[in-house]
Each structure stands twice: as structure tokens, then as C-alpha cells.
Design a binder for this molecule. Structure first.
Ligand code: SAM
Length: 288
């Protein structure tokens, strides 16, 4: 097979007809049909011949092919069994690609990284199934895996929330969560027309550059504070924290906030990651 032609809409149709493949909406199957976007994702992820790549959801192998051409080794995890014979065919020319059948949220990702991608930090690259974007990114960020960066196509609004900084309307617990583990950047926007079938929403490719060292704080306690503070966006941080059910005295919270020079009147959307870290450190271990 000639290199780099999997993204041609004509070829995608041909493959689909040949295998009698039916797109599954519930598996978030929107395949890329734009070579330019495919190349830009791989360039944005900074993939070189030294790199070990984990791909989630290869579909018919469109992005996988571009990754195989640029990386040292690619392991792609696909849930849909009916795509396995397709991938065997489309990726047949590439001996640096391995397909694993499974659900990325259920398989042992650490084992895959340690055993199949041993040799260097791993770069995750994917056009993610949108119905599971947050759980997948949550798992990849929280599990302390040997990952260098995560470059993924996701719903535009979700990407905007991830890169939002304090003081903006889209800033929320997802922004704090993502910024705790990584330095996020949006590397490109993609219209609906680059997919087959076309989704209803616009997309962005976001790159999460994983931090080498995480802030020195109990992350569980930190995210309890963040969740509570954003549970009532319109309330002041003092009111949100004291009415959340932590069983903390309001006056005590007020004094604690003042001690770390955070006005009790501040709203969650105006608190930085640093502020949240300081709050979570000054409060006693939270019970819910
Ligand atoms: N990478 C291909 C492309 O860009 O054309 C396909 C991307 S499509 C948006 C998402 C892919 O993820 C589909 O192939 C779908 O079957 C697969 N998928 C859905 N849920 C999955 C899961 N939990 N684990 C692994 N793959 C999954």
C-alpha cells in the first residue's frame, strides 16, 4: 500500500465498504479524513524517530500510519473488535506498530507502557472518543505513568476549559486538575468537516506537557477543596467551603484564609492553582 493515503475520504469509504464496517456513535467513531490535520497532530506532538507512542482508538489506522512513519514504536489500543481485521490490513506495511484489543479504561496501561513501550518516556497521541475524554485523561494524569506528553483531539469546549486560567469564565475544577499535572496548550482547532461522519461539535487538539515534578501537596485533599469551592461558583470561597459539609467551623475557615492572605470574599474562579494548594495545606484533613 502506498504510504499516507488512509486519510483520503475515498479510501476511507472504500475500506468501510470492503469490510462492511458500520460506524458506532456510542464508541465515538469519527474518523479523520484530512491529511493536513493528521500531519499537524503528529508535528504538534513533536514525534521523532526516538519516540515511543501510545495511541488510543486507532479506528482504521489513519493517525496510526502517520505516527508509524515518524516514531520509533507505536502501540494502539482499540476497543472495537470489528476494526481489528481492518487495522491488520491498513497497517500491514509498518513493523513498528502493535495493536492491542481492549478498553483503555480497563486494560493495564502501566503494563503496556512498561512492557511494550519500554525504552523512554511515552508520548500519548490520539483522536479521542469524546464520550470518554475526561475519564481517559484523568486516568493518564493520575496514575503517575511514564508519560512525557499527551496530545489529543477533543471537544473544543473541553479544551478551552482545560487551558483556562483563573479570572476567566471557563476556568473551573477541570482547569485546576489539568494544570496541577501538566502545562496545557491548544495546538490547533479543527472544524467538523475533517471527520467522517461529521460530529455536531467543533474540536481542538490540546497538548498536555506533563510536569516532571508535582507540587508538594496531598492531591486528594487539594481536589476536595477545589470541588467544594466550585460547587457554588457564585458564592465566596468562605461560604462555599463552610456550607459543603466538611464539618469545619466558618470562623476557623475565615481565619485560615486570612492567614494565607486570601480574602474570604474571593470566588473560586479567581483563585489560582497556587491559592488552592495553600488552602488545602492550611485546612485539616477533610472528611468527605
Ligand atoms: N484514530 C482514528 C482517527 O483519527 O480516524 C479514530 C478516532 S475515533 C474519534 C475514536 C476511536 O476510539 C474509535 O476507533 C473507537 O472505536 C475507539 N474507542 C472508543 N472507545 C474506546 C475505548 N474505551 N478504548 C479504546 N478505544 C476506544
Amino acid at each position: 500500500m502506498e504510504n499516507n493515503r488512509l486519510y483520503s475520504p475515498k479510501y476511507v469509504k472504500e475500506i468501510i465498504d470492503r469490510y462492511g464496517f458500520k460506524f458506532s456513535k456510542s464508541l465515538g467513531q469519527n474518523f479523520l479524513i484530512d491529511g493536513n490535520i493528521v500531519r499537524k497532530i503528529v508535528q504538534g506532538a513533536n514525534i521523532t524517530k526516538e519516540d515511543y507512542v501510545l495511541e488510543i482508538g486507532p479506528g482504521i489506522g489513519t493517525l496510526t500510519e502517520e505516527l508509524a512513519l515518524n516514531a520509533k514504536k507505536v502501540v494502539s489500543v482499540e476497543l472495537d473488535q470489528s476494526l481489528l481485521p481492518v487495522l491488520e490490513d491498513t497497517l500491514e506495511p509498518y513493523d513498528n506498530v502493535e495493536i492491542v484489543h481492549g478498553d483503555i479504561l480497563k486494560i493495564d496501561v502501566r503494563k503496556i507502557i512498561d512492557e511494550k513501550l519500554a525504552g523512554g518516556p511515552v508520548k500519548v497521541v490520539a483522536n479521542l472518543p469524546y464520550y470518554v475524554t475526561t475519564p481517559i485523561l484523568g486516568m493518564l494524569l493520575e496514575e503517575s505513568l511514564n508519560i512525557d506528553s499527551i496530545t489529543v483531539m477533543i471537544q473544543k469546549e473541553v479544551a478551552d476549559r482545560m487551558v483556562a486560567t483563573h479570572g476567566s469564565k471557563t476556568y473551573g475544577s477541570l482547569s485546576v486538575f489539568v494544570n496541577f499535572y501538566s502545562r496545557p496548550e491548544i495546538i490547533l482547532k479543527a472544524p467538523k468537516t475533517v471527520f467522517m461522519p461529521q460530529p455536531k461539535i467543533d474540536s481542538s487538539v490540546i497538548k498536555l506537557n506533563i510536569k516532571d515534578e508535582l507540587p508538594d501537596v496531598d492531591s486528594e485533599q487539594l481536589f476536595k477543596v477545589v470541588k467544594a469551592a466550585f460547587s457554588k461558583r457564585r458564592k465566596t470561597v468562605l461560604n462555599a467551603l463552610s456550607s459543603y459539609g466538611f464539618d469545619l467551623d466558618k470562623e476557623f475557615i475565615k481565619k485560615s484564609l486570612e492567614e494565607i492572605e486570601i480574602s474570604p470574599e474571593t470566588r473560586a474562579e479567581n483563585l489560582s492553582l497556587e491559592d488552592f494548594i495553600n488552602i488545602s495545606k492550611i485546612l485539616p484533613s477533610l472528611n468527605i
